[in-house]
Design a protein around this ligand. Sequence first.
Ligand code: F6P
Length: 319
Amino acid sequence: MKKIAVLTSGGDAPGMNAAIRAVVRKAHYHKIDVVGVYYGYEGLYNGKFEPLDLGSVGGIIQRGGTMLYSARFPEFKEEEIQNKAIENLRNQGIDGLVVIGGDGSYRGAMALTEKGFPCVGIPGTIDNDIPGTEYTIGFDTALNTAVEAIDKIRDTATSHENTFIVEVMGRNAGDIALWTGLAAGAETVLIPEEEFEIEDIVARLERSAARGKRHSIIIVAEGVMPGHKLGKILEERTGVQIRVSVLGHMQRGGAPSARDRVLAGRLGAKAVELLLEGKGGRAVGIHNHAVVDYDLKEAYENKHKADVSLYTLSKELSI
Ligand code: F6P
């Protein structure tokens, strides 16, 4: 292998830049050239390639977003588009590709691998929802961003004795909501993986009110229902005014945490090693603190499971 390419795809995540840097530096360490593909799979199809030398990834380890930009490109499912992408890669003398993204991005990487072009996937998404790895790049930063925001909301909720609903990201996965809830001491956490009853939330609010507690924070993952909708339901049911804050895309931005930078460095280097060993169709991840690799298909054919013990714990601690 003489030349590899790297792209970022899907929703961006803090730490993607640190992962790009790790891929470029590790490859150059082994005297392999690297090409950056801009705009994810769309750029792969349109031939948006630029060489990445050592200097091109200087000063990005601490930057949020992705210097390679990202795009959602559902058309990449089409075979003709995949063939064109491979043709573009081969024309540049590239013989391996690192894809940094979520499970949708992994499907594209597997399709190319099955067509004879080796790809390795690095988990980059704030949602922490890729089966086979305990952590994804960006999750820790997003979690800290959400916790910081909720700490601030709690200050004003306490001063004014308000009940707040805070909607966090996570269309299919409750990890951000769950971890944020535990870290910020939220009274209630709602995640897509666990059913809930409105009456339980009402009972909790009433129990706290009876104890003299006049403020409350309810965290809802966007995949459960929009925070404003939940707010309306609870207002109608309790007669209490509910404030709603939607944290939104702020959770995807900002400088990556130290943990995300280190994770990105470890996983980026491993991805290059796998390509050098001629191993395509692999995903890299973390299991029991160690870097692991596994079949890319495992990442998208299995369903991510939130840690139910954390859900139970959050209920116990916010009794
Ligand atoms: O996958 C990351 C994520 O931030 C999800 O949590 C969220 O549902 C989604 O992306 C939002 O994507 P978009 O910005 O494309 O609407």
